[in-house]
Design a protein around this ligand. Structure first.
Ligand SMILES: Cc1cc2nc3c(=O)[nH]c(=O)nc-3n(C[C@H](O)[C@H](O)[C@H](O)COP(=O)(O)O)c2cc1C
Length: 278
């Protein structure tokens, strides 16, 4: 009997021992690439189905369960569902997902989208009024739902309300009366998949996409926000202050609060100038 193939360089024995964070990254990525990305092409007959379709993600889910790790989180449920879909297709069953094709927004909905995208502007001064935790949670949740490379799920946050903690983070503007959201990433997940070697740019894209969703949701809630950048010194200070794992790295921070300024929205160049091939 041949040994089962390694998954991302790990044997099954090793996967039984690795940090659950690493196993979760591999499970996300394998479910995404070996089932999700292929399944919809298989369903319309553009791609044949192999006998082993979904096997790798199923092995990973089995390991996850064998380790007694919880399966109730939405990301794990999502993996479980795909493993089930793959098994169904592999055994000749029919899948009815009940999903629908995207439709254009109505005129009214488009007004809201325009308000969201073109009405957002960077706000750098805030009133001394508390921002409820529920609003911050809504904002952070939107950040988690931003696109991210290979569906790995490395985004983490710090919520800084204390002015002493704001000082840990280098900012080029005065920080007052706001909540500072720091976007961080768990490098253990990226490293398990060798992102840092093969697609290092994706780390920054992931953090940027999260920050953009954060700014948009803050705007939709009537809050102001401004995306700010920091460097390695801040990363080190945050890690030390909060006792973070050495592989947790901060990337950017966004200040949000009740606006105390109404700046003119900055304008961009004409679209024709930005399109290079028309
Ligand atoms: C990657 C990035 C870094 C930024 N860094 C800063 C910063 O350090 N300080 C600041 O005041 N604004 C910062 N901003 C906000 C930009 O200045 C702002 O988005 C830009 O001027 C356009 O204005 P608008 O956001 O009002 O459309 C940053 C934005 C991005 C996307």
């Amino acid at each position: 009997m041949s040994e089962p193939a390694k998954i991302h360089g790990f044997t099954e024995e090793e996967l039984m021992e690795v940090d659950p964070v690493v196993l979760r990254a591999i499970l996300h990525e394998r479910t995404h690439h070996t089932i999700e990305v292929m399944m919809y092409r298989i369903m319309v007959g553009k791609l044949g189905i192999s006998k082993s379709f979904g096997d790798t993600a199923e092995r990973l889910i089995d390991i996850w369960k064998a380790r007694g790790l919880p399966t109730d989180a939405p990301d794990i449920q999502w993996c479980l569902n795909y493993v089930g879909f793959a098994r169904m297709l592999r055994t000749g069953g029919e899948l009815d997902l009940g999903t629908e094709l995207p439709e254009p927004f109505t005129e009214d909905e488009m007004k809201t989208v325009d308000k969201l995208i073109y009405g957002r502007r960077s706000i750098r001064q805030f009133r001394d009024e508390p921002v409820p935790d529920e609003m911050i949670d809504k904002i952070l949740h939107a950040g988690l739902y931003a696109p991210h490379g290979c569906n790995v799920g490395c985004t983490r946050y710090l919520i800084l309300r204390d002015p002493v903690e704001w000082k840990l983070v280098r900012s080029d503007i005065p920080i007052e009366n706001c909540v500072m959201i720091v976007v961080l990433q768990d490098m253990r997940m990226y490293k398990a998949l060798k992102f840092d070697e093969y697609v290092p740019q994706n780390l920054y894209y992931d953090a940027a996409a999260a920050a953009d969703h954060i700014c948009l949701m803050a705007h939709a809630l009537g809050l102001g926000g401004c995306w700010l950048t920091h460097g390695e010194e801040t990363q080190r200070r945050l890690r030390e202050h909060f006792g973070l794992h050495e592989e947790i790295v901060s990337r950017n921070h966004i200040i949000v609060g009740w606006s105390d300024e109404a700046p003119i929205k900055s304008q961009r160049m004409k679209l024709e100038e930005a399109i290079l091939n028309r």
